[in-house]
Write a protein that binds this ligand. Structure first.
Ligand SMILES: Cc1cc2nc3c(=O)[nH]c(=O)nc-3n(C[C@H](O)[C@H](O)[C@H](O)COP(=O)(O)OP(=O)(O)OC[C@H]3O[C@@H](n4cnc5c(N)ncnc54)[C@H](O)[C@@H]3O)c2cc1C
Ligand SMILES: *[C@@H]1O[C@H](CO)[C@@H](O)[C@H](O)[C@H]1NC(C)=O
Length: 546
């Protein structure tokens, strides 16, 4: 089934690849057109563009959207790679699943006519492993298999499900008035009574809700580790609840990035792939309708080592749709006041590889004739101390090992397994040898030899700044930075998913269009330009200062 869908997927991909990204901007005469720049075409930036176009059309506001994207295509941390470099066998390297409650993604999928598939194609046992033994084992790998869970954990699974459902329901109010659109994420979190959850650790949240600690440690923590590479002690209650919500998980055939590529296309924005924004500043003189001066953006070809150059048009509004601390954008200190908080992110190693071999029972201390599991979630061992960041995996060494699907090795024409491992560190040869139960030579570098039997036939390691370490907090970076600047990544400290980033993109789009559609107060405008203590920038930084 997977392979027949594969053909469809490739057709869809080919369709996207041949699209023309040329700008079809409204009102090319320029008069009265508001130029909006979006930096980054991940979930947030693509959604911002898509919804800007929709809201602007509804309000009759004339906007011209330009999207700058460092990578060659939209999607950001939603990206696929091709197993065996075969475009017929795409696999998610980054964000891989979403759920029915993810309304923006779900609606987009149907609007764009994309195919969704369930996950977990390979049959076999799901276990929770602590580096020594299985804390939990079930023979089918559906997430909520209550009958089995009930034997061991009594009512805790039911209580958890109820708690998760009610939390999700509370969160979903943010999609509608009076909560939407929100200028302050902190305020929205307070209004929705969600700071109670973000302000405590996952441990605390479940304990306060009367959920047995055995269930939290064995099952819920396995979920926070596979979703956020974090133990319950270092993730806040809201993210710990989100981790338990992947019921009916799905993904887009061909890659979730197709959602975002289609959003970009539907926005009729000018899309500039492989272009990196290097700096942001205010223009000296010209002012927009509301009195603020326009923005100048400098860009360079992503791979070029030459300094950035000013983009030919200036912008009325800017949406920064990437984590600021990694975006590498120079800006004068007083452009963004107060400065955007630096957030500690998880450095996550994602390793994809293919092999004709199953996982070795010996790796799990099982006898050779036992059946090894196909889905391995992990939790802390009783001797482990919960640590944040790179020490979080504990004795298990990894956060998860999944047998994602059966693939076809085009060189041997044999079916093989495609594995995905999340770990805090690079996987080494000794780990891989134990995992597959064969000797992988020290010379293994991942570059694979074509003809002979290979225990690993394709190897693709990657490291991400994947998501914040979701420490408890009660304030969040707000989307409105002031003076026409907007920022989407603050929501990642609240919930980090494709959907929530897309929601923040939509929110910012609404705020911008509402502001552009509002009648101007000319006196106020004058006041802003002459306001003392808000200096203007007299000169663009010279190229060699960037
Ligand atoms: C391994 C992994 C697994 C995940 N699993 C899931 C999952 O199963 N489900 C889920 O919902 N979420 C998952 N996530 C989280 C999800 O990927 C993120 O929450 C989401 O992608 C954030 O979207 P974004 O648009 O805010 O940022 P990003 O996706 O990071 O997009 C930012 C974009 O900005 C571009 N950019 C940055 N700087 C510049 C610049 N100076 N100039 C131009 N462009 C720039 C980048 O190239 C990038 O394309 C996962 C993340 C990782 C890493
Ligand atoms: C609209 O944006 C595109 C892409 O940045 C740009 O080339 C074009 O000049 C803009 N049009 C107007 C009227 O500003």
């Amino acid at each position: 089934m997977v392979r027949s869908l594969g053909r469809l997927g490739v057709l869809a991909l080919a369709g996207i690849a041949s699209l023309s990204w040329a700008s079809t901007a409204a009102g090319d005469s320029g008069a009265g057109v508001q130029n909006v720049a979006i930096i980054g075409a991940g979930a947030a930036g693509s959604s911002a563009a898509y919804h800007l176009r929709q809201f602007a059309d509804e309000e009759g506001v004339s906007i011209n959207i330009t999207i700058f994207e460092s990578n060659k295509r939209a999607g950001g941390r939603s990206l696929t790679v091709d197993a065996f470099d075969d475009p017929l066998q795409p696999v998610e390297l980054g964000a891989s699943i979403f759920i029915r409650a993810n309304a923006i993604l779900y609606d987009a999928v149907s609007e764009f006519g994309l195919n969704v598939i369930g996950t977990r194609d390979v049959e076999g046992n799901l276990v929770v492993w602590d580096g020594e033994s299985f804390r939990f084992e079930q023979s089918d790998n559906s997430w909520w298999s209550f009958v089995k869970l009930f034997w061991k954990y009594g009512l805790a699974p039911y209580k958890t499900k109820k708690l998760v459902d009610s939390t999700v329901a509370r969160f979903l109010k943010i999609y509608d008035a009076p909560h939407f659109p929100f200028k302050s994420l902190t305020q929205a979190a307070i209004d929705l009574d969600l700071v109670k959850l973000t302000g405590v650790t996952g441990d605390q949240f479940y304990e306060d809700s009367g959920i047995a600690s055995l269930f939290a440690q064995d099952i819920i923590q396995a979920a926070t580790r596979v979703n956020y590479a974090t133990n319950l002690a270092h993730i806040h209650g809201l993210e710990a609840a989100v981790s338990m919500a992947p019921e009916g998980a799905m993904q887009v055939w061909g890659g979730n990035w197709l959602i975002f590529a289609n959003m970009v296309k539907a926005s009729s924005a000018g899309f500039l792939p492989k272009v990196t924004v290097t700096s942001l500043q205010r223009e000296k003189s010209a002012t927009t309708g509301d009195g603020a001066s326009k923005f100048i953006i400098s860009t360079k070809k992503t791979r070029s080592s030459r300094p950035g150059e000013a983009y030919p048009i200036t912008f009325d509004k800017i949406v920064v749709a990437a984590p600021w601390q990694y975006a590498g954008i120079e800006a004068p200190e007083d452009l963004i006041q107060p400065a955007i908080d630096e957030i500690p992110y998880v450095q996550l190693h994602v390793t994809l590889f293919t092999s004709p071999l199953k996982l070795s029972p010996g790796f799990f201390n099982l006898t050779p004739e036992s059946k090894a599991p196909v889905t391995v979630l992990t939790t802390l061992h009783a001797d482990d101390k919960a640590e944040p960041g790179s020490g979080a995996a504990g004795k298990a060494g990894v956060f998860s090992i999944s047998t994602l699907q059966i693939v076809l090795n085009p060189k041997t024409d044999q079916e093989e397994y495609l594995y995905k491992i999340f770990s805090p560190k690079v996987l080494d040869v000794s780990f891989l040898s134990r995992l597959l139960g064969v000797d992988i030579p020290d010379t293994f570098t991942g570059a694979v030899n074509a003809d002979n039997f290979e225990p690993i036939s394709w190897y693709y390691p990657h490291v991400f700044n994947s998501y914040p370490i979701e420490f408890p907090r009660v304030t969040f970076q707000d989307p409105v930075l002031g003076g026409g600047l907007y920022y989407t990544s603050g929501i990642e400290s609240f919930i980090s998913t494709m959907e929530t980033s897309a929601l923040m993109g939509k929110n910012v789009a609404k705020l911008i269009v509402d502001e552009l559609a509002a009648p101007k107060a000319p006196q106020e405008a004058k006041h802003t330009t002459t306001e003392p203590g808000s200096p203007r920038f007299d000169a663009a930084p010279k190229a060699d200062e960037l």
